[in-house]
Design a protein around this ligand. Structure first.
Ligand code: NCD
Length: 308
């Protein structure tokens, strides 16, 4: 059976650990993998804007010696002519060996995987999930902190529409002694399908607050997010909420632990001031680099390519 990655929960904790180990090995020995995907093709079907995710998928495939085809704008695909995701997938399955799909509609990559004869990777579906960003986040946390257990993580910003937050919380809920601090305005709180079905069901310790500075001293990891403008129905509401949180160097110096790590899936808008970038706690650009390596590991795994 073809294996796809639609939700991070499609992978067991052990499978994730193996992918992260593989990514660590790729970082240490890149030459070993330079022909791993020789002759293979990745199709990147991006119906929604992206910089990091699409380019890191493409860079990952090139670094494995493979090829890339696809589109980065729904406007240049047959979707504008009314083609369904199912039909696009069936057709692309004839041209490529693996698909990475981003789509503004929640569930579109799942539908794609149901009509595909090749693996489909969810590269972000609406305000729902983003499992490969989660692999990126987990690799960064493990490389920086040494483990995926025993820490306090604060999620700050748009927890309602932030799909990277939903997937990372799902993943962390399976680890030991991870405390979760949810920091958002009332209007952008974590949706109940994550709160009830993940945090409460698994008895994960969490608190909700609107005050970043009050909880900053407790955090080992701070996961900042952008307010997701494109998911708002009202521009006025977006403008009112967009600058709810701005992390500055002064706030870090005043309140944060010395060994805090600050993550952000990027792109950043205003929520992290650029004066934080030179602080050793800022890890978001390194995080973006981790994204390429973990996607290399994932592509090989889904294509069944083993290099030991
Ligand atoms: C995120 C996304 O697309 O959900 N970006 C990314 O993939 N690195 C976060 C965002 O757009 O805010």
């Amino acid at each position: 059976m073809v294996k796809s990655l639609i939700s991070i929960l499609d992978l067991s904790v052990e499978e994730i650990e193996k992918l992260l180990d593989k990514a660590d090995d790729i970082i240490a020995n890149p030459a070993k993998y330079s022909e791993a995907c020789h002759g293979k093709k990745l199709a990147t079907l991006f119906f929604e804007p992206s910089t990091r995710t699409r380019l890191s998928f493409e860079a990952a495939m090139y670094e494995l010696g493979g090829h890339v085809l696809g589109f980065s704008d729904a406007g240049s695909s047959s979707a504008t002519k009314g083609e369904s995701v199912a039909d696009t997938t069936k057709m692309v399955s004839c041209y490529a060996d693996i698909i990475a799909m981003r789509h503004p509609k929640e569930g579109a990559p799942l539908v794609s995987s149901m009509h595909s004869s090749i693996p489909v990777i969810n590269a972000g579906d609406g305000g729902h999930n983003h499992p490969t960003q989660t692999l990126t986040d987990l690799l960064t946390i493990r490389r920086k902190k040494g483990s995926l257990d025993n820490f306090t993580i604060g999620f700050c910003g748009d927890l309602k529409f932030g799909r990277t937050v939903h997937s990372l919380i799902q993943a962390l809920s399976r680890h030991k002694n991870v405390r979760i601090v949810l920091i958002s305005p009332e209007e952008l709180k974590l949706p109940s399908y994550v709160k009830k079905d993940v945090l409460q069901k698994q008895n994960i310790e969490y608190i909700q607050t609107t005050d970043l500075e009050a909880v900053l001293p407790e955090l080992d990891v701070l996961y900042m997010t952008r307010v997701q403008k494109e998911r708002f129905l009202s521009e006025e509401e977006y403008i009112r909420l967009r600058d709810s949180y701005i992390l500055t160097r002064a706030k870090l110096v005043r309140n944060a632990k010395e060994d805090l790590i600050v993550l952000h899936p990027l792109p950043r808008v205003n929520e992290i001031s650029t004066d934080v970038d030179d602080d050793p706690r800022a890890c978001y650009f390194e995080q973006a680099l981790c994204g390429k390596y973990v996607r290399m590991a994932l592509i090989m795994e889904l294509l069944g390519i083993r290099i030991d």
